[in-house]
Design a protein around this ligand. Structure first.
Ligand SMILES: Nc1ncnc2c1ncn2[C@@H]1O[C@H](COP(=O)(O)OP(=O)(O)OP(=O)(O)O)[C@@H](O)[C@H]1O
Ligand SMILES: [Mg+2]
Length: 439
């Protein structure tokens, strides 16, 4: 597990400091304030690779570049739960890449799964991948010629991933799923179970259908999904939300299966630590599914515990969704979970600064209360127009000098932006009565 991360002079803020929770870490903040950036840095700390450097089909996850061109001190410092000693990463301007200062070769002892916002995914497995950064500290030779990580574009998750010599690294979801289904062994069962766990609800369970063919010229057996409306739909026709969840389930089962094979081959024990980095965890999910996704991810972690007792699963998750935060209210455990918020604060010379803070998680009730919390900083959960008219109404009321004509004019404006059942009307009537005015 990632325990701590300190970043200096890299990314949107001058410094960011995070002490991670063992279970869930939520990241919130406006567009462009560094949520995805932080996930890239966490991935680098855990794997010492940058997704876009491993697979040039990716348009995100590039090498972090320090501020400006001056060779000012910049750094990424991190530690793992298994290794308290912090590792310091330094940027080497001549090589435009990162090095880490460490006497030892500090490797994360586990598996990392990174789901990016655009549907790309990256996997790192302590046994099958290796840090292959041109670091002067490590001069070992790897006889297995391991790849630095498995980094998939959305298409490669579906159709397979090759190394740069054309050798297959992964057959892809279509071929593997069809193969597992034909075997009728434990792999398809595990996949089915994970799919059921990550489904939006019991009555909307994502269920596996029979294999099918879709084109005369395509000899592949194509997996299908049983839809609630009775049809069996080939997976390439699946919706965006289902695709993301299918990809996550597939890569989890795939990495686990391949990890077990590799451990057997090398005679090494299996990993006990898994880290999931998920950017925009709500991406493509309907509000109903957004409400259950974190709970489902925790159940998935329990399921992983069934495959491997004593395993620890950590999530670092970014979100733009008030429903995700509201859904955590009954689950949040301050001993294991953390919430980090990134904000713009006033800075010197009229330039605002980006600041990351560790926020206490307090219950606020429903999603609309979360919209007006530190997580999203909105004044209200309604339309901008309604917000402006309500603000204007409240200023005029506070001024006190208001006659019946003005009241009517404000009320007309309010009627054009508020619904008949808006709770504001109760307040409006109350205020008018108190002031002795009749609407
Ligand atoms: N590779 C990088 N090197 C240096 N800085 C970067 C890098 N990638 C992103 N940043 C910084 O992070 C900022 C964008 O952050 P990021 O993409 O993480 O935003 P975000 O919070 O994920 O936004 P959104 O909600 O729109 O996804 C950039 O403006 C830039 O300052
Ligand atoms: Mg982002």
């Amino acid at each position: 597990m990632l325990k701590q991360l300190n970043i200096q002079n890299v990314g949107p803020a001058q410094a960011m400091e995070l002490q991670f929770g063992d279970r869930l870490n939520l990241l919130t903040g406006d567009n462009g304030l560094g949520k995805s950036f932080l996930l890239d840095i966490a991935w680098w700390a855990l794997t010492r690779s940058w997704p876009a450097e491993v697979n040039n089909k990716l348009s995100t996850g590039m090498t972090a570049k320090p501020h400006g061109n001056e060779r000012q001190r910049s750094g990424i410092e991190f530690s793992f739960l298994s290794n308290d000693e912090p590792v310091k990463g330094d940027y080497h301007f001549d090589h435009t890449s990162w090095y880490w200062e460490s006497e030892h070769y500090v490797q994360f002892p586990g598996i990392v799964i990174y789901a990016q916002a655009d549907g790309s995914m990256a996997i790192w497995d302590q046994v099958r991948n290796i840090y292959r950064h041109p670091n002067a500290m490590w001069r070992g030779v790897d006889p297995h010629n391991r790849p630095p990580a498995y980094v998939f574009s959305p298409d490669e998750i579906w159709n397979g991933l090759d190394d740069n010599t054309g050798k297959p690294l992964c057959n892809g979801l279509i071929a593997d799923w069809a193969g597992w289904q034909k075997e009728r062994g434990s792999t398809i069962k595990a996949f089915e179970e994970i799919l059921a766990i990550l489904s939006p609800s019991k009555d909307e369970e994502v269920k596996i259908g029979d294999l099918t063919r879709i084109r005369l010229t395509d000899v592949r057996d194509i997996p299908t999904l049983k839809m609630p409306y009775g049809q069996e739909v080939p997976i390439m026709h699946a919706s965006s939300g289902i695709r993301r969840i299918l990809s996550l389930c597939y890569l989890l089962v795939w990495v686990w299966q391949e990890h077990a094979q590799a451990c057997k081959l090398l005679g090494t024990p299996k990993a006990t630590q898994l880290v999931f980095l998920i950017d925009e965890v709500e991406a493509h999910l309907h509000p109903k599914w957004q409400r259950s996704i974190l709970r489902s991810l925790f159940s998935m972690a329990k399921e992983i515990g069934r495959w491997l007792p004593d395993s620890q699963v950590q999530f670092i998750v970014s979100t733009h969704s008030p429903l995700i935060l509201a859904s955590m209210e009954p689950l949040f455990d301050p001993d294991r979970d953390k919430w980090f918020d990134i904000d713009l604060i006033p800075g010197n010379h009229h330039n605002p600064l980006v600041q990351l803070t560790d926020q206490p998680f307090t219950r606020r009730g429903d999603a609309s209360n979360w919209l007006t919390s530190k997580a999203f900083d909105l004044k209200s959960g309604g339309s901008l127009e309604a917000e402006q008219v309500l603000e204007e109404a409240s200023i005029r009321m506070n001024e006190g000098l208001i006659d019946a004509d003005q009241v009517r004019a404000i009320e007309q404006k309010l009627r054009s932006v508020l619904g008949d059942t808006d709770p504001f009307w109760i307040r409006w009537r109350y205020i008018l009565e108190k002031k002795g005015l009749q609407p």
